[in-house]
Ligand binder design. Structure first.
Ligand code: FES
Length: 97
């Protein structure tokens, strides 16, 4: 199973292949905004991929619509297929879980 590293908080964990970066973050206790609850319509879950970008699923239409920029993904849309390291770009002011 793949390892996901969240470099902001120095947290890492092993997740089942196909897990979204958002799900991995929440399960590991990483602070990450996700205002729409993971439905791909708010873009607050965006992350910067710092390693292993090739180990994520292909960019999907929701991500293309947000024009996130090079190396940036929506945490709720990008699924982990292999080892990856990311940096959370928006930390919530209030936890919503
Ligand atoms: S949580 Fe809203 S786009 Fe990902």
């Amino acid at each position: 199973m793949p390892t996901v590293v969240f470099v902001n908080e120095g947290k890492a964990g092993i997740v089942p292949s196909g897990t979204t970066l958002l799900r991995a973050a929440v399960d590991l206790g990483v602070h990450i905004s996700h205002v729409c609850g993971g439905n791909g319509i708010c873009s607050t879950c965006r992350v910067e991929v710092v390693a292993g970008g090739e180990n994520l699923t292909a960019i999907n239409p929701q991500e293309i619509a947000y024009d996130l920029g090079s190396g940036r993904r929506l945490g709720c849309q990008a699924r982990v297929l292999g080892n990856v390291g990311v940096r959370v770009l928006m930390v919530p002011k209030v936890e919503m879980d």
